[in-house]
Design a protein around this ligand. Structure first.
Ligand SMILES: Cc1ncc(C[n+]2csc(CCOP(=O)(O)OP(=O)(O)O)c2C)c(N)n1
Ligand SMILES: [Mg+2]
Length: 341
């Protein structure tokens, strides 16, 4: 492992900690997330990994900002589009890739795959393929924190489409009435599967939905890591100090299609290009350079992260695949049956 790309080999706690105070570390993590997903896409395209995957390219600022603001004792629920969140919260690229490739070294022993990357150690609860399913679970975790008198916070990360699901409304309602220490973080990337938001949802500003629950709300440019962090700091701080829940809407854009096979032919002309101009990785880089960082050094950092990721891919591909009998592990089998009475 190269020691220039330190973030790839640090422990999960250290990997999380560096994000709080160091803007270069935040950019480095965004390089890692973008580089990881680009390589992952290529691995799926060449058939090296089977099945499908949902990429979060364009949404890296959200994951990194959240990770920078949370404590290790806080809990997060995320979605099937969760690689960025796992990497930001501190999971190693090796553990994420091994999980996606079904290797036993993966974060859940390779049993969850791309849609279910999770790890207790980084506070990432099982990620959810059912749209909206993470919200009541985060509210439940927040209720447990409140009950125990613990000042930890739970965060539910979900998409714009999830705000049309019953579980969204039920969770916000209960969280508001019980003043739960939870942040509802909506990653509004304009699309739910193959439908633009205007075709499925009567409003585009989803934070307005908080008003129905007398809940504070924030709307933030989710392509801007600094602004997103500030908004999340306010919401997390409110939850931690007994102020109850907040709905934060981060305006982002999904650079890739919904899933691997989707080339997104339904996008209006020019829309992708408009958002690519606002690329969060590009913006974070420009912000650092404007603050005096050397553009060459940042380019070197980016290539060292890429080289370390290439090494991770080689290592993980060479790991042994599970054997057929492994499918019987983790299955409960009754050995005796109680006679009917
Ligand atoms: C309850 C439920 N309904 C439908 C689906 C099918 N589905 C999978 S992803 C998705 C779109 C969700 O969009 P959004 O919440 O905006 O998240 P994004 O994919 O944009 O991150 C849908 C409808 C599902 N998984 N769960
Ligand atoms: Mg969406």
């Amino acid at each position: 492992m190269t020691d220039t790309a330190l973030s790839v080999s640090r422990s999960s706690v250290e990997r999380r900690k560096v994000l709080a105070d160091d803007a270069t570390a935040r950019l480095e993590r965004m390089f890692e997330i973008r580089g990881f997903e680009e390589r992952l896409n290529a691995l799926f395209a060449t058939g090296a990994i089977h099945g499908t995957t949902h990429l979060a390219m364009g949404q890296e600022a959200l994951a990194v900002s959240l990770a920078a603001e949370l404590r290790p004792t806080d809990l997060v629920t995320a979605t099937y589009r969760g690689h960025a969140m796992a990497l930001a919260l501190g999971m190693s690229p090796r553990a994420v890739l091994a999980e996606i490739m079904g290797k036993s070294e993966g974060s859940t022993g390779g049993l969850g795959g791309s849609m279910h990357v999770s790890d207790d150690d980084i506070g990432l609860l099982p990620t959810f393929a059912i749209v909206g399913a993470g919200l009541p679970v985060a509210a439940g975790a927040a209720l447990a924190f409140q009950y125990k008198g613990d000042d930890s916070v739970a965060v539910a990360v979900f998409g714009d489409g999830a705000t049309n699901i019953g579980a969204f409304h039920e969770s916000l309602n209960l969280a508001a009435i019980w003043k739960l220490p939870v942040v509802f973080l909506c990653d509004n990337n304009v699309y739910g599967e193959y439908s633009r938001i205007n075709l499925t949802t009567p409003i585009e500003d989803l934070h307005l939905r908080a008003a129905s629950y007398a809940m504070p709300a924030e709307v933030v440019d989710g392509m801007d890591v600094t602004a997103t962090r500030a908004a999340l700091a306010r919401a997390i701080g409110r939850a931690r100090t007994g102020g109850g829940p907040t709905l934060v809407e981060a305006k982002t854009y999904r650079f890739a299609g919904h899933s691997r096979a989707d080339t997104a032919p339904y996008r209006p002309a020019g829309e992708l290009e408009y958002w690519q101009e606002r690329d969060p990785v590009k913006r974070a880089r420009e912000e650092l350079v404007a603050g005096g960082a050397s553009a060459d050094e940042l380019a070197r950092l980016e290539s060292s992260v890429g080289a370390a990721l290439d090494e991770v891919i080689e290592v993980v591909q060479a790991l042994p695949d599970p054997v057929v009998t492994d499918m019987f592990n983790n299955i409960w089998t009754p050995t005796t049956r109680k006679a009917d009475s």
